[in-house]
Design a protein around this ligand. Structure first.
Ligand code: FMN
Length: 182
């Protein structure tokens, strides 16, 4: 797949099944994350991979976090099953480094770019994925469960696997609607 085709046809996929990317394919995905724009090469990210029993462990962490932060009964009930929606989940964490030059927001954007790069690397290799967030992304109990520091910020849960059905092309409309020239 050439680069422009990838950029113009990338789709998210919520219905995911095994197999998940592993071995060389997963390595390519992680290398793509490390290739995103990164001001002063601060490497302001961490990738926490959950698969197999790790998905259950992540679900248990989400359940404890949901209870601790007083989420609704429905959310608490659904929490342990959330990561089981794909055979692989990568929790992408922005770890803003000390810098007088690079603002923490810039470093968080680098981590966000890593989510996108990994999704595209998965898509280009025939896998599917979806970038998810929700209450858990902002929940400090979940951050603590994952041994993250106070200044760390989860920027996404990237669910990866094999698409259950082939993605359809999106109709993104006319870019000029969002553009103006000075
Ligand atoms: C930061 C961020 C968080 C998102 N969180 C969710 C989410 O929690 N649940 C969800 O269904 N989609 C979420 N999305 C949207 C999907 O990742 C996806 O972009 C959307 O379903 C549109 O599909 P497409 O990427 O094929 O256009 C999020 C997107 C971004 C950028």
């Amino acid at each position: 797949m050439d680069a422009i085709t990838l950029l113009l046809t990338r789709r998210s996929c919520a219905a995911l099944q095994a197999p998940a990317p592993e071995g060389e394919a997963l390595e390519v995905i992680l290398k793509a994350a490390l290739r995103v724009p990164d001001f002063q090469e601060l490497r302001p990210y961490q990738f926490i991979i959950a698969k197999g029993e790790g998905l259950e462990r992540l679900g248990a962490m989400m359940e404890r976090a949901a209870i601790a932060s007083g989420q609704s009964e429905d959310i608490v009930k659904r929490a342990p099953k959330m990561p089981l929606r794909a055979p692989l989940v990568i929790v992408v964490v922005a770890k803003a480094r000390d810098s007088v030059v690079v603002h923490p927001l810039e470093q968080q954007m680098t981590a966000g770019c890593a989510v996108m790069a990994m999704q595209m690397a998965a898509f280009a290799q025939g896998f599917g994925g979806i970038w998810r967030s929700g209450w858990a992304m902002f929940d400090r109990t979940l951050h603590a469960e994952l041994n993250l520091a106070e200044r760390d910020q989860i920027v996404g849960f990237l669910y990866l696997g094999t698409p259950v059905t082939s993605p359809t092309l999106a109709d993104d409309g006319d870019p000029s609607v969002y553009v103006n020239y000075l």
